[in-house]
Design a protein around this ligand. Structure first.
Ligand code: DAH
Length: 324
């Protein structure tokens, strides 16, 4: 390289050696390669050179070399910055907080465990059902209001989101026949939304069919369940009611803070339902019940607004830490 170019490289190198920050480096770059930079100015002199081609090549060489030197310096500076900001391994680590069980899961587990203790098996059903399992087999007539589009989410003309867990009764009885002793917790769906109703909520169904099962078994088991769930003696009453799939039907009320509160529906499984699934009604009888998980959770944990279950508010959910 031409001696005057070599000395330019030398000057550049010296400047870069003492340069410590990115800003200083940018200034040096401008001094050499900027609009009025030392190297840029040399290009303007080509027209006076004796051998323009040779000078041009030499200048290009100089320019490339200068650019490489500047780039190397820049990466050296950036690397040293990373080193300066390097992690202090002596600092204590940040804690990763554990998740907590959702109050609905807690309640499902809690109620399921109580019924498991009475010998009930846990069944899982489908959230998408046909009209047969959700209505027809349960003796719900075609003109029943529950079948209306306003109350039920239909997926198409044949399929719908189950409106109750009672549909699991049909699947289970068709699969295993009698005797049968199951509970089925899960999600159910209805076109309903206000402070006390959510379009998706949870129910737990119970079904006990065997020889000589009568209303006393129903009363005995459900009264025991209420005492076990609330872990104290609670006054209960069975009020006559109507469900198409049970006969007789009842609603169970509990005395809560001095007032009667309805907590579940129940009854002796209707003969039509047993016949629909091919169970001999001369030999077998049984009872069924259905309860709302949200309601039981609200009573146990003193929650006033149903919507708090679905808002994913951490400060709400953290209150259930440590419960299982
Ligand atoms: N399926 C009813 C509902 O969603 C609840 C119910 C009532 C279930 C009585 C039962 C029963 O098994 O016997 O409102």
């Amino acid at each position: 390289m031409e001696p005057q170019y070599t000395s330019l490289v030398q000057i550049l190198k010296e400047k870069l050696d003492t340069c410590k920050t990115e800003n200083e480096l940018l200034k040096i770059k401008a001094d050499f390669l900027g609009k009025n930079g030392l190297i840029t100015k040399e290009f303007a002199n080509i027209r006076d050179a004796l051998d323009k081609k040779y000078t041009g090549q030499q200048l290009n060489l100089l320019k490339t070399q200068a650019e490489t030197l500047i780039k190397d310096s820049l990466s050296k500076i950036l690397n040293s910055q990373i080193y300066d900001n390097a992690i202090d391994v002596s600092l204590p680590g940040r804690n990763i907080s554990n998740g907590t069980r959702h109050p609905i899961s807690l309640t499902i587990n809690n109620i399921s465990n109580i019924f498991r203790g009475y010998g009930f098996r846990i069944e899982q059903g489908n959230e998408i059902e046909t009209e047969f399992y959700n209505f027809e087999a349960l003796n719900i007539p075609p003109n029943h209001p529950a079948r209306d589009m306003h109350d039920t989410f239909y997926i198409d003309t044949k399929k719908l989101l189950r409106t109750h867990t009672s549909s699991v009764q049909i699947h289970s009885m068709m699969r295993t026949g009698a005797p049968i002793k199951i509970i089925a917790p899960g999600k159910v769906y209805r076109c309903d939304s206000d402070p006390t109703h959510s379009p998706m909520f949870h129910q737990l169904e119970g079904l006990y069919i065997d020889k000589e099962i009568n209303f006393c078994h129903l009363k005995g088991i459900l009264e025991k369940f209420i005492a076990d769930y609330f872990q104290k003696r609670i006054e209960t009453r069975f009020r006559p009611s109507y469900f198409p799939f049970t006969e007789p039907s009842a609603e169970l009320d509990i005395k809560f803070r001095g007032e009667w509160l309805e907590v579940l529906g129940c009854g002796m499984v209707h003969d039509n339902v047993l016949k629909n699934v091919g169970i001999n009604t001369k030999q077998y009888s049984g009872f069924a019940f259905g309860l709302g998980i949200e309601r039981f959770a609200m009573l146990k944990f003193d929650i006033r607004d149903l919507r708090s279950f679905y808002e994913n508010d951490m400060s709400f959910l953290k209150q259930f830490r440590g419960l299982s």
